[in-house]
Write a protein that binds this ligand. Structure first.
Ligand SMILES: [Zn+2]
Length: 324
């Protein structure tokens, strides 16, 4: 097994391997880049490489994937490996996972307490904080001391979409590693490896803005609308009817549908030669952008979707045509 299996993140993996090779691991490493591009997978692999007991692999800064340490990390059952995401926080605070919006100071205190306990398996303790960009100032300050005076053989990995959401005091004491946005080809390859057919994978990748997470959400949308006739006059209404009932899910779907519509409109605008028609596209693009902004304010995202797609219909173009 090698780090290279995480497609598109070879550069970040190389930087991490240097730490293992030099036997000098910084107390805090920030992984930053868009959501859904493999940061948490790389963090897990790094934990395996640090703890793999198979010496042949360790000397190459890789991991075997089958030894006791590798297996336990893979199954999230390793006592010295903590992956603290919103699910972890929800369990800790006995709250619903959907309601977790930020990394709370209670979670940080729980983790810092655990960071001081003795290491069970004799290797490296790896504590990963996902969504680190949502840590409040209080949460970050609670963490700071433990980065400044780290417990032996302990590494904190802060996973964030933007590194500048973190305090300067945290940034200056951490190594920051940038993660690349994935190419359309890489995303399609990853989706195909998970069982999606090539054509659908390429269509999802086209709108995914370099994120596998987003591509997976687009696949759900494609799945929902595949049975609909995009050319039909009632399509904008059917589309809205097909959306999820819970508001949070409906908002997320509306966001994706309207973003796809905007991408399609932009493409039409770019290739259009007729100036008059071009101006019509600009007008609709502005209106639809406005609907996108309204999603968070509006109580009925379904209505916004219908209105946005009716606007596009007026232009006489076909959008969301995933079947062509
Ligand atoms: Zn191993």
């Amino acid at each position: 097994m090698t780090f290279k299996e995480i497609l598109g993140q070879e550069k970040a993996s190389q930087e991490l391997k240097k730490f293992i090779k030099a036997k000098r691991v910084p107390p805090s490493i920030i992984f930053y880049g868009d959501k859904g591009i493999g940061k948490s997978l790389v963090a897990k692999d790094f934990a395996k490489a640090l703890n793999c007991v198979n010496k042949d692999f360790y000397s190459k800064q890789e991991f075997c994937g089958t030894c006791l340490n590798c297996t336990h990390i893979n199954n999230n059952t390793h006592p010295d490996y903590i992956y603290a995401d919103f699910k972890y926080q929800a369990n800790l605070l006995k709250e619903e996972e959907e309601k977790q919006q930020s990394v709370k100071v209670e979670t940080v205190r729980d983790l810092t307490k655990k960071s001081q306990q003795s290491i069970q398996f004799g290797g490296w303790r790896v504590i990963i904080i996902d969504n680190a960009e949502t840590m409040s100032t209080a949460s970050q300050n609670a963490l700071l001391k433990f980065i400044e005076e780290p417990s032996p053989n302990t590494v904190w990995i802060l996973i964030a979409d933007k590194k500048f959401a973190l305090l300067n005091t945290i940034l200056s004491r951490s190594q920051a590693i940038s993660f690349a946005t994935l190419s359309k080809e890489n995303i399609a390859t990853i989706l195909v490896s998970q069982g999606t057919d090539l054509e659908t994978a390429q269509q999802a990748a086209k709108y995914a803005n370099g994120s596998v997470d987003r591509a997976l959400k687009i696949l759900d949308v494609i799945d929902d609308i595949e049975s609909l006739d995009t050319a039909s006059a009632i399509f904008p209404f059917e589309l809205a009817e097909n959306m999820s009932r819970p508001l949070i899910a409906a908002r997320a779907e509306a966001n994706i549908l309207i973003e796809i519509l905007l991408a399609d409109l932009q493409q039409h605008w770019q290739t259009e030669q007729d100036e008059k028609q071009k101006r019509k596209y600009v007008k609709v693009l502005k209106e639809v952008s406005g609907y996108k902004k309204a999603i968070l304010r509006n109580v009925t995202p379904n209505l916004l979707v219908t209105t946005a797609f009716l606007e596009a219909k007026k232009l006489g173009i076909e959008v969301l045509n995933f079947n062509s």
